[in-house]
Write a protein that binds this ligand. Structure first.
Ligand code: UT7
Length: 314
């Protein structure tokens, strides 16, 4: 049994903030942000929450797949900015979309969340434990940004993306998913608190340079491994969807892989880094091309450190 993507949906908050609209006290500039990161604007949640964005994206994906919520028997939702400490944001989405059977739960893998959630859902489907699944990445990172820290707050934004997977007895769909973590680097990208430590959610703290280097290294390793394990060369990849953290990281990826840059999806300019939502949001830029077929590769790396890759063939 294979898991085949049959629908994709996204959602973003109403409010979009461009670099020039950021608080003056930050002592930053559109020029610095755009040239060092590629970010030009980001969406910021006001009335939206992670669950409301996830719900909107899920309903859009179900509409695109022409699947009714009652037919979904699994939701795996990746987030580190859930609505509540508990219950899981996935169960809020389950209620919101009117799905009562099956199971819904969250996974926490920060920026690699979507690939981690995809791996879980794919495994459930391959084991025959689910037939139709929603894989969701949804975040409101604006809520855990320290708006006085220019080295982090300019980098992130809010949004959600959802994919419907269907069990099919075919060779199409998710061919390969590999996820990794190394907790030795837990402190390099971390919040300043949490329920059990400070009784708050905390704010993002990041060793930017170290994360940058590790991201490039893991993109390279993961892509090499994926190509090798699937007997492919870079020319066999039709679409490459990297996590959208920094345009300079993506440019490094284009350089070392030798991929035709037209095949690489980039929208960090309009969403900034949306963590677990970044891969489906980037994929939405080429929705028709994705569903029209080919070899599609996802790559991500983020807090944990946690990283991973996936190959989908449609
Ligand atoms: O999604 C999870 C993965 N996250 C990432 O992959 C992020 C990886 N890291 C990065 O993208 C980059 O390291 C950053 C964008 C975070 C920083 O870029 P950088 O080129 O590594 O800059 P830096 O941290 O080395 O800082 C260079 C200078 C510093 O000033 P001095 O010490 O040279 O005087 C910073 O204080 O830039 C300064 N700076 C800023 N200046 C204006 C840092 N942030 C800003 C800012 N505006 N927003």
């Amino acid at each position: 049994m294979n898991s085949v993507p049959i629908g994709l949906g996204i959602a973003a908050p109403k409010k979009s903030v461009d670099n020039k609209e950021l608080p003056k006290e930050l002592d930053t500039s559109d020029e610095w942000i755009a040239s060092r990161t590629g970010v030009r604007r980001r969406y910021i949640a006001e009335n939206e929450t992670t669950a409301s964005l996830a719900t909107e994206a899920a309903l859009a994906a179900l509409g695109h797949a022409k699947v009714s919520p009652e037919d979904i028997d699994l939701i795996v939702l990746a987030t580190v900015t859930g609505d509540y400490t508990f219950p899981s944001t996935a169960t809020i989405v389950q209620r919101n979309i009117g799905m009562s059977k099956g199971v819904a739960f969250d996974v926490n893998a920060a920026c690699s969340g979507f690939i981690f959630a995809l791996d879980v859902a794919d495994s459930y489907i391959k084991l025959g434990k689910a037939k139709k699944a929603l894989v969701i990445g949804a975040e409101t990172f604006s809520k855990i940004l320290d708006w006085t820290d220019r080295s982090t707050c300019v980098l992130f934004g809010d949004g959600a993306g959802a994919m419907v997977l269907q069990a099919e007895d075919s060779n199409r769909g998710v061919q390969y998913c590999k996820i990794y973590s190394d907790g030795n680097y837990a402190d390099s990208l971390i919040t300043s608190g949490g329920v059990s430590t400070t009784q708050t959610a905390g704010f993002i703290k990041m060793n930017g340079r170290e994360v940058f280097k590790f991201a490039v290294e893991k993109f390279r390793e993961s892509l090499d491994e994926l190509l090798r394990d699937n007997n492919m060369t870079i020319n066999d990849v039709d679409l490459l969807v990297p996590h959208q953290a920094n345009l300079r990281i993506i440019k490094e990826l284009i350089k070392f892989s030798g991929i035709d840059e037209k095949k690489v999806l980039i929208n960090v300019d309009k969403y900034a880094n949306t963590s677990a939502a970044s891969i489906p949001l980037a994929l939405s830029e080429a929705k028709d091309a994705f569903f029209s077929g080919g070899n599609i590769v996802f790559l991500s790396m983020g807090a944990g450190y946690a990283w991973g890759s996936a190959l989908i063939r449609l």
